[in-house]
Design a protein around this ligand. Structure first.
Ligand code: TRP
Length: 372
């Protein structure tokens, strides 16, 4: 079995989420928690009921405060290092749902220095281009412009840097080595970086001069940053941020690791219908049998079938329809080609809408970027 690695810089191998819960010290989202969320949201997002968001920290506290009338704000982010693909939007779609259901603000960070510091050959000129394009994708997802604030590390440095220094002063080089595996050879910018990612977890409290609870939806690989953030913030008289963790959308080629922009087997938000069709047909790992005859007899395995997993994680929110596909695939009634066809149509419908909204987003960027 491929060894599991889950860090902010690398996700690979067979990911065992139960093991991650233990190793990271997370709390599993159980049925009691789901009930509690549902009390407020009336319905459960499929990503919750299907366990795609599987763990949290201090969600009970967030809901305690909310019930007392003390609303939280949401915080998530994206380091603009390449085009947005389907793997990224899972967390953002769910974040949008939380924003709508709880009627709360979202602070969205674009740490445009992060990948500059961590990657070998990425220039700020390239990053600026990705930043612009990534903002379009995020706006296109439909966040409330009146309740959503983009902060861009280099553009909002005047707001962020002092606060980051306060955080940095409480973190030693050995902390950072232990938490992120940095070494004596790591550049000093990368050593400082986590203090910038900590800032949006309390910046709204600083700006509004009152303590506001923060909830961070994120893919579980970002947890090391927020473990550190949670240790530091009480020392600065801020609340510890709460968080909720998602699993990863796998690459097309198999159910290990995560979809990544560096792989050709990812589906990007700007892909054409033909590209989507070609990629799914060519790369999407199939849980089917080698021949039609065998498939009809033995059936397919949806648990390792990437097309089925994409339907489950995102593209088929209807439980009944998903169940039917699962049963038909397992029994051999549905062939891999047919399953792929369902997914191709779903993705292409979604991208068609997205690409339209993406064009309209062009003149909305200014509305989303935070200004005092
Ligand atoms: N480090 C994240 C990335 O590599 C970006 C990020 C910044 C982020 N702040 C965040 C992600 C908060 C989740 C939550 O893309």
């Amino acid at each position: 079995m491929a060894k599991m690695s889950v860090t902010p810089w690398e996700v690979s191998g067979d990911i065992n989420y139960d093991k991650l819960v233990k190793e990271f010290g997370l709390s599993k989202i159980d049925s009691k928690m789901l009930e509690r969320i549902k009390k407020h949201t009336k319905e459960l997002h499929p990503m919750l009921s299907r366990g795609i968001f599987f763990a949290h920290r201090d969600l009970n506290w967030i809901l305690d405060e909310y019930e007392k009338g003390n609303k939280f704000f949401l915080y998530t982010g994206r380091a603009p290092s390449g085009p947005v693909h389907l793997g990224h939007i899972l967390v953002w779609e769910f974040t949008k749902w939380l924003q709508e259901k709880f009627g709360v603000e979202l602070w969205f960070q674009f740490p445009d220095e992060e990948k500059f510091l961590f990657k070998q050959n990425l220039t700020f000129e390239e990053i600026d281009k990705h930043l612009h394009d990534n903002m379009l994708d995020i706006i296109a997802l439909g966040f409330d412009p009146n309740k959503t604030h983009f902060i861009i590390d280099t553009q909002h440095a005047n707001l962020m840097y002092k606060e980051a220094c306060k955080v940095a002063k409480k973190i030693t080089f050995s902390n950072v080595k232990a938490v992120f595996g940095l070494t004596n050879e790591s550049n000093i910018g990368s050593i400082f970086y986590t203090s910038m990612q900590a800032v949006p977890a309390f910046l709204p409290s600083v700006l509004k001069k009152k303590k506001i609870p923060c909830l961070i939806p994120h893919a579980v690989d970002q947890d090391p940053h927020f473990r550190l953030t949670r240790d530091i913030l009480p020392k600065l008289d801020h609340y510890k941020p709460a968080s909720i963790q998602s699993s990863f959308i796998p690459p097309l080629t198999g159910t290990k690791g995560k979809m990544s922009s560096s792989k050709e087997s990812s589906i990007f938000m700007t892909d054409t219908p033909e590209e989507v069709k070609k990629k799914i047909n060519k790369y999407a790992f199939s849980g089917g049998q080698p021949t039609t005859e065998e498939h009809r007899k033995k059936g397919g395995n949806p648990d390792v079938d990437v097309s089925f997993q994409y339907l489950k994680m995102f593209f088929e929110p209807d439980n009944k329809k998903l169940k039917k596909i699962e049963q038909d695939y397992k029994s051999g009634k549905m062939l891999t080609g047919e399953l792929k066809q369902i997914l191709i149509e779903k993705i292409n419908n979604f991208l068609k809408q997205h690409q339209k909204k993406r064009k309209l987003a062009e003149n909305q960027i200014d509305k989303f970027i935070y200004s005092a």
